[in-house]
Design a protein around this ligand. Structure first.
Ligand code: SF4
Ligand code: SF4
Length: 134
């Protein structure tokens, strides 16, 4: 996997020796597939997930973070125009990611166990929180 920013290459190497304090998790319910985060990720660990219709894969695209590669730099969360990426502690990120993941490609790509069986439709977390406050 290419490292886009040499400044972060050492951090990415250390990533396998010492786990980051925090990781980024995408709430895919709010993701528009704009790919801004992909451009900012210094270790190239954000993957594009095609839309659900194989005949129209560019419709309803999402992105997914390959958590074992994330170094927790926060750049994606800072620059996501839709504010749909949040930083969590290492352990919490792995707990929360399955609930926030609608579709994934990373597990299949790298031969890992999937984060979860993705539900077909899931309301956005922020909307549920707003509803609860009303
Ligand atoms: S920047 Fe935000 S909305 Fe755009 S693809 Fe990344 S997570 Fe999705
Ligand atoms: S925090 Fe975001 S930009 Fe930074 S390494 Fe993780 S996924 Fe990439």
């Amino acid at each position: 996997m290419p490292f886009l920013d040499p400044k972060y290459e050492k951090a990415a190497t250390l990533r396998v020796q010492r786990r980051p304090k925090q990781l980024a998790v995408i709430d895919q319910g709010g993701c528009t597939g704009c790919m801004v985060c992909v451009d900012f990720c210094p270790v190239d660990c954000i993957e594009l997930v095609p839309g659900p219709d194989p005949d129209n894969p560019n419709v309803h695209k999402l992105v997914e973070i390959d958590l074992p590669l994330c170094i927790g730099c926060t750049l994606c969360a800072k620059y996501c125009p839709w504010d749909t990426i949040e930083m969590f502690s290492f352990d919490d990120a792995y707990k929360i990611a399955p609930d926030w993941t609608l579709r994934e490609v990373v597990a299949e790509q790298w031969g890992r166990e999937p984060v979860q069986e993705a539900p077909a439709v899931r309301p956005r977390r922020r909307d549920l929180e707003r509803k609860a406050e009303e």
